[in-house]
Ligand binder design. Structure first.
Ligand SMILES: [Zn+2]
Length: 472
């Protein structure tokens, strides 16, 4: 066979020359020498950030949601929210848009709700109250009794007989020395959740609980409470922090005063509601899923803007941003707006246990349910290995103002997925103002800043895409 390289060809010298040429080519394309080479995904991050900040679309989703009003699970407003968000996903061209059923309990608040201190010495002083979610109503005339103030269940137990026939007033404030407001909330929430059961065991006639917020104001903050099987059900009511301080002072001035509390709430029969689901289908491994989640239901007193309309708006906008920059990840990126987080998390459990999960592998789930404030970081579960994998993308988030990626969990809605090995993650915004709005009438659209909200959507889009592309 004739050599095309002519007579002087020596295989060894050709090999050396070829190796040298490939080395030069490699050098030219190496990130170490390529001044213009950007780190992986940086172009995408820039594109998404610019588009997101320019359009501020998350806020428009939040407007649609908050316009409905409070979206208590099982309410007409919650049903409207399901339909509006399903339509939104359709309009944005998400794939596989569908509803998955979940049976939700139904509790309704009646009007009016009324509280007042009645004292021979001090006169009549109104206090701002509201029923806690799940509570029985007072009688039409209300419950009227002397008051026993306590700071803890232990203190209540020690007081023994003194609790009998009284309204038990749980007045332990959230610990203001904690920088982590969720820790302060977590340590004070036992009063709200289990106060009525503890009061009933002590033969009290109602539980009156200090609102879980730091500031002193007129707004009662509702939230879920639980009765205990075999323990009598008594009304569970919360009082604004200002009302709690007034009552505490009034008790010092006149220990014999009486408090009158009137509520008219009720528990109705459960009904079927829905999780709202839409996705961008993965190009290579469609059955491997990265989930972005938030919850659609809210409390009834406000508009559920921070809790958790903000999260829903971010989930939708995150998928929208990725869709619009025309990037299809290797794995499926799925948005799930869960129903019924506030009343027990049935939506999250039914999603995880659904027949439709068969054959699907949820690699990671990222929840946004800590308000629409300025994002500070991501919590990442799943141990050291998962944390290290996510931390390698930290450089993408720093220019967006995100300060850290730390070990931690996701949220209530996605937690049932953890049993099958899904790595839990959570967007963590600044929480200093969160409990000013949480579960009260102040949680409205105006309390959310469009730019802070959008940054969360961009962060979710970016982390979601990177995980769906690179895996974890
Ligand atoms: Zn929430």
């Amino acid at each position: 066979m004739m050599s095309i390289l002519g007579n002087g060809f020596k295989p060894k010298s050709f090999f050396i020359l070829a190796s040298f040429l490939s080395f030069l080519l490699l050098l030219a394309s190496s990130p170490a020498t390529g001044q213009t080479e950007k780190p992986r995904y940086q172009d995408l991050a820039d594109k998404i950030a610019q588009k997101g900040m320019n359009e501020g679309y998350a806020y428009s989703v939040l407007q649609k949601l908050t316009r409905i009003g409070g979206r208590l699970a099982g309410s007409a407003q919650a049903a409207a929210a399901v339909e509006i968000m399903r339509q939104e996903m359709e309009d944005l061209g998400f794939e596989n848009v569908h509803l998955e059923p979940t049976i939700v309990g139904r509790w309704v608040r009646g009007e009016p709700e009324e509280g007042r201190i009645v004292s021979a010495k001090l006169g009549t002083i109104p206090i701002s109250i509201c029923a806690l979610g799940g509570s029985i109503s007072t009688s039409a005339d209300g419950v009227s009794a002397q008051v026993l103030e306590v700071k803890s269940f232990e203190e209540l137990q020690k007081l023994g007989q003194k609790a009998r026939g009284r309204i038990i007033f749980f007045n332990r404030p959230m610990n203001p020395t904690y920088v982590d407001t969720f820790r302060a909330y977590g340590e004070a929430a036992d009063q709200r959740v289990s106060g009525a059961a503890a009061a009933a065991k002590a033969e009290g006639v109602a539980a009156l609980v200090r609102s879980l917020t730091f500031g002193e104001n007129e707004f009662p903050h509702t939230g879920m409470m639980r009765y205990e099987p075999g323990v009598p059900k008594i009304p569970a009511i919360c009082v604004s922090t200002k009302g709690a301080n007034i009552l505490s002072q009034a008790l010092r001035d006149d220990p014999d005063l009486v408090v009158l509390l009137k509520t008219s709430c009720a528990t109705l029969s459960p009904l079927t509601s829905y999780n709202v689901i839409g996705e961008i289908r993965g190009s290579e491994k469609p059955d491997e899923i990265i989930l972005l989640g938030a919850h659609l239901d809210s409390w009834d007193l406000g508009e559920g803007a921070h809790d958790d309309g903000a999260g829903c708006a971010q989930v939708i906008d995150a998928l929208r941003l990725l869709k619009q920059v025309e990037l299809r990840p290797k794995r499926t990126l799925r948005g799930v707006l869960f129903m019924d987080e506030e009343f027990g998390g049935t939506g999250g459990r039914d999603y995880a246990n659904s027949e439709q999960r068969k054959g699907e592998i949820h690699l990671a789930a990222i929840e946004s349910d800590r308000g629409g404030f300025l994002p500070l970081g991501f919590n990442v579960g799943g141990g050291e290995a998962a944390l290290a994998k996510v931390k390698q993308w930290e450089y993408l988030f720093k220019p967006l103002g995100l300060c850290w990626i730390k070990p931690g969990g996701g949220g209530v809605d996605i937690s049932p997925l953890a049993a099958s090995g899904t790595i839990m993650m959570g967007l963590v915004p600044d929480s200093q103002r969160y409990f000013d709005y949480h579960h009260c009438s102040q949680d409205v659209l105006q309390a959310v800043h469009p730019r802070e909200l959008e940054l969360g959507a961009i962060d979710m889009a970016l982390l979601g895409y990177v995980l769906a592309d690179a895996g974890i």
